[in-house]
Design a protein around this ligand. Structure first.
Ligand SMILES: NC(=O)C1=CN([C@@H]2O[C@H](COP(=O)(O)OP(=O)(O)OC[C@H]3O[C@@H](n4cnc5c(N)ncnc54)[C@H](O)[C@@H]3O)[C@@H](O)[C@H]2O)C=CC1
Ligand SMILES: O=C(O)[C@@H]1CCC=N1
Length: 295
């Protein structure tokens, strides 16, 4: 298999490790391997204890799996932290002894600050935080990245290249990442929720599931392309669909009555606040552990 020359500032990534083998790890891994940024043999993965899941990833993408940190981290250029935030502190503490100084830590954990990651490790680390979404699996992630001061320009390029491979990438300030998480990290779920409702209504009004799905998906793709290509803002585009006294007006009046736009705003704000909260909880937990014992 031909692998792309992923050369950044003269450095070529040889080995990438995933700690965590869930939905987000798989979305990233599949995008990175299918786009030939890395070969399956250059990617290593582990999880807490689900060997069956590791076997499945090995079979699907040709990656390596191991429960041995020395094997996982030997000659690795970067590690992607992809466990749940609540599991991060213990996982980081366990593998930190195996990290070399030149290794880049890429965290996709919602809410967990680079400071907290270093605190869990008990040492300084080059940390790039990234907030992608599961559309990475189809090269359509919207990823925001922030880096701490220990990340070199070469490592910054390496992180950017990884996420560019699976979609759009933007560098942001670390403080903005909770907001990004609420907006585009969780964002695909809001769209799927809407589609669930559209599919339910299609069944109610007598359109069979297969046809309904095709019509709904094409409607989403068309709207996304209009938003991409047109100079008009979303409200203007909506008004163009809404003939006075017509069907859209009748339908949207129900959304207005139920305050759907306000609910969306509240939803995104709640998700962003929850990201912040998850990070704070982990930080408080770590600080407790670090309190000197009172006599
Ligand atoms: N699912 C999503 O859409 C997105 C998730 N994220 C972030 O990605 C991370 C993972 O999320 P999901 O993939 O949805 O979770 P998941 O629950 O599907 O996967 C978590 C994985 O972490 C593993 N794990 C737990 N403790 C571990 C340990 N000590 N050592 C090694 N592996 C361990 C589990 O075995 C599992 O494979 C979270 O921190 C989340 O905030 C970020 C962006 C989007
Ligand atoms: O639900 C979550 O916590 C993760 C972070 C963004 C999307 N999924």
């Amino acid at each position: 298999m031909e692998i792309k020359e992923n050369s950044i500032g003269g450095k070529r990534m040889k080995k990438l490790v995933f700690i965590g083998a869930g939905a987000m790890a798989e979305a990233l891994m599949s995008g990175i391997i299918e786009n030939k940024l890395l070969g399956g043999g250059q990617v290593w993965v582990t999880n807490r204890q689900n060997q069956k899941r590791l076997d499945q990833l090995k079979a699907s993408y040709g990656v390596n799996a191991s429960y041995k940190y020395d094997e996982l981290f030997r000659d690795a250029d970067a590690v992607i932290l992809a466990m749940k935030p609540k599991d991060a502190a213990s996982a980081i503490a366990e593998f930190t002894p195996f990290l070399t100084d030149s290794l880049l830590v890429i965290s996709v954990l919602a809410g967990v600050s680079s400071e907290t990651i270093e605190k869990a490790a008990g040492r300084q680390l080059a940390v790039a935080r990234a907030m992608p979404n599961t559309s990475a699996a189809v090269n359509k992630s919207a990823t925001a990245i922030s880096t701490n001061e220990r990340v070199t320009e070469t490592q910054k390029g390496l992180a950017k290249e990884l996420f560019d491979t699976v979609g759009l990438t933007a560098f942001v300030k670390e403080q903005q990442l909770d907001a990004v998480t609420g907006l585009s990290g969780s964002g695909p779920a809001y769209i799927y929720y809407l589609v669930e409702a559209m599919e339910k209504s299609a069944a109610e009004i007598g359109i069979e599931q297969q046809l309904a799905k095709a019509l709904i998906v094409q409607t989403l793709l068309g709207a996304a392309e209009m938003l991409t290509k047109s100079d008009k803002d979303p409200k203007q585009l909506r008004m163009e669909v809404t003939s006075p006294g017509g069907t859209t007006e009748a339908g949207v009046s129900i959304l207005e009555k139920h305050g759907v736009q306000d609910a969306m705003v509240a939803c995104i704000m709640q998700a962003a606040a929850h990201s912040r909260k998850m990070g704070e909880m982990l930080s408080i937990e770590l600080n407790k552990e670090w309190q000197p014992i009172k006599s």
